[in-house]
Design a protein around this ligand. Sequence first.
Ligand code: RUQ
Ligand code: CUA
Length: 662
Amino acid sequence: MRASGRMLVAAFVVGSLIVGLVAGRLSGGLGGGGSLATIADARGMTVAEAEGALKAFTPPGKYDEYTMVSSGGQSGNLYLIGVPSMRLLKTIPVFTPESWSGYGQGADWSETILAEGSSDKQARELKWGDTHHPGLSETNGEYDGRFVYINDRANGRIGMVDLRDFKTKQIVDLPNMQTSHGGVFVTPNTDYVHISSMSPVPQTPDGYAPLDQYKESYRGISSWLSIDQGTGRIDVARSFQIELPPYTQDLADAGKLASDGFAFIGSYNTEMAIGGVSEGGEPIEKGASARDFDYLHIIDWKKAAEVAAAGKTELRNGIRVITLQTAIDEGLLYLAPEPRSPHGADVSPDGNYIVVGGKLDPNVTIYDIELIKKAIADKDFDGNDEFGVPVLKFASVMAGQVEVGLGPLHTQFDGKGNGFVSLFLDSAVSKFSLGPKAGVKAGEEFKLLDNVKVNYNIGHLATTEGDTVAADGRYLVALNKWSIDRFPVIGTLKPQNFQLVDLQGDQMRVLADMPVGFGEPHYVQIIKTSRLTSAIDVYAPGTDPLTMAASAVATEAGKERVERDGDTVHVYMTAMRSHFTPDILRVKRGDHVVMHVTNIEQTADATHGFAIPAYNLQASLDPGEVVTLEFEADKAGSFAFYCTEFCSALHLEMQGWLLVEP
Ligand code: RUQ
Ligand code: CUA
């Protein structure tokens, strides 16, 4: 209530300022800085640009109404960004070590997560990831601010970030798949998190099969990961996978409301081109674009969960797998034709419509779940694909098409009957109306309504709360791949460009640019900041972040000690402003040192760092946190250790000695 009251006041203030601007002057009550029109003029801005700035501006000390959870692409991280201000709030490391938080730099809990993120299916331990699609947890189809899941496009991996402390708590390297693209999405009550493969891989014991056995041995995989509702963790033993034909499965989405229980995965390369340009074959991109239609995969996941529970699975590398044949026999999997080389598959907030963008087709194609259910019930098939999966008749399941422009990719929604689709080739966003089941008046359905240019070559886009039943149509963020002339030349590798688009007027309008210089984010989700109610300000004293419970090795003030057990030295250390206790550590070369460091502060933000640079160790100790660092003292010397966080006036004094006697 209070928030919406404030919004009204804010809208009124913005409205009045704009009236003033248009009038050319505005005086009084603005703090003696001269009229806003004068300021705009002095800064070389148009009135319209100044108006945009006001709409996006969040004053110092005020919070943004929305928080955007952004993938970080090749950085392997997640980022939190305020909307509408587009201020970068924080980095959350997931698949890649990161120094500030000490993630993967020696602290036990993060080393554990990263190490568990590589399985023996990999040739090497993995040190990076390519994050694409964050999926926030939901309750009844609305974001609930508990967890966020993120895929690693490079490998068939998924990470889980706990939104109590905004730290990564789990990485799972999924068996039977390598790359991942379909998802992450959560089901409306986060019973399952879905992720599917991109390149199909051989389902053979050693993971190898010659490419001429592509159709027989290679399969796509749709993974349904069961979630522990208390911790957010994935329970692989309760999860299952479904084999898919060896097409290239692409973006995916969960059904909701009208389509709850179903999931949709777009695909391309149903031609099953395998390339081979140097062996007399044609490039994959040519072979993969030959047919006029690819297939939207329709999965009845609730039925699939029952089939798995009934034991109609085989155990493959530690996870239950429903084979392609079982999926067909049990009626879990259907295909619907989708115009060539589609990309996104997005479900509208009411759940009635599934919108598919066809990269090589100027239309979005809109399917209706009621028509899909009816076609399945009536066995209204156009035969089967070559693996025996029934193909629904295109004309029977398609509700409409809208010509939106060139290169349609992804669609988002405003909850008011409209879709917004990104146009990669046109560098634009088109707004179009959905059908009557989304509340659109008869005669107004499936129409192109508006178009705005973005800079340049947009991939994904996201609207505020746009993946949920509560999409509110306030803002849209365009995730542009190119930024060429938008920023000064700062080298040959250019930033990406996020653009904030206002959806509140009759026409879409670009309000702000945000250069992104940390990787190539693919997708974001935007949650109302007020939904982040799980977030804690300070850990309870002596907390182990991995378990969120009291650590067995937490140390209280006055109980600091060093215990030797043969060649192993256990150090129980505390940190508080502005010293470590103990601050001199004496060990012998060859000792195994286990340091348990507790930040005994309870003041929010009183974070200390602990670094032994020569031993490549660095940890962040948030108030109340316990971290264990373990190392072989194999190099003799006098090594200074220090606190890496400017915690107090005497922060520079917060240092000590590690003496490794030769
Ligand atoms: S996609 S290339 Cu999300 Cu459009 Cu991955
Ligand atoms: Cu503690 Cu600086």
